[in-house]
Design a protein around this ligand. Structure first.
Ligand SMILES: [Ca+2]
Ligand SMILES: [Ca+2]
Length: 222
């Protein structure tokens, strides 16, 4: 498989959360892990990071944080757009690199991808035996990074995946992954709605103030 020829690693890229569009991390509310403030928000679920101890009402008895995976950091809008409401928490708790990935979510992913393709009134993706080509590549939800390529401020999102999965004939020219200032929702919409045949935009091109290129990458306050 071509993926073996690429020094791709799965990793979270540059502290990017997996939530929403170009909004800065502080406003992320999707499936991602926000900046490590000790508390993250998800689809209605509050939790603590593993380095934080909660206290009881009296503040004197430490309570261990929950164990096991309770959220995931991957591509933006995956859980929001492709997973049914009754499966969202279960999806977050499923270990990212489980192989084979549980089939519990495959129908939801497939149905959602087919629905999204039809948003422009045209079926741009060709199904194979009823299966959408993006179903399995997106199912386990992790970012793919080619460490041999440069990471531009914008434009790298899905660059690796679309090539190594045979969904685009030309090789990736960037590191892939996800950078903070990338317009990832536009890339997602273009890939899922038109199969890259025509650009689709959400009409939000950038955050009010872009993230910086220096750790911790925070933008100045608005
Ligand atoms: Ca379409
Ligand atoms: Ca956008």
């Amino acid at each position: 498989m071509r993926i073996t020829a690429i020094t791709a690693i799965t990793a979270a890229l540059m502290l990017a959360g997996c939530s929403d569009d170009e909004a800065p991390p502080a406003t992320d509310t999707d499936t991602g892990v926000a900046a490590d403030t000790g508390m993250t928000t998800d689809t209605g679920m509050m939790t603590t990071d593993t380095g934080t101890m909660m206290t009881d009402g009296g503040g004197d008895t430490p309570t261990p944080p929950p164990t096991g995976q309770i959220d995931r950091m991957g591509r933006p809008a995956i859980n929001t757009a492709l997973v049914g409401a009754d499966l969202k928490d279960q999806y977050n708790k499923t270990a990212t690199y489980t192989a084979p990935f549980p089939t519990t979510f495959t129908k939801s992913f497939n149905d959602s991808l087919i629905f999204i393709d039809k948003l422009d009134g045209k079926d741009d993706w060709t199904l194979t035996g009823g299966t959408h080509p993006l179903r399995d590549p997106l199912l386990s939800d992790f970012l793919v990074v080619d460490t041999g390529k440069a990471c531009p401020d914008k434009g790298s999102y899905l660059d690796v995946e679309l090539f190594v999965l045979g969904l685009r004939p030309t090789a990736n020219t960037t590191c892939g992954g996800r950078t903070l200032n990338d317009d990832v929702i536009d890339t997602t919409l273009t890939a899922t709605v038109t199969a890259l045949t025509a650009p689709v935009k959400d009409n939000v091109d950038a955050a009010t103030k872009p993230a910086t290129a220096t750790f911790p990458y925070l933008a100045a306050p608005n």
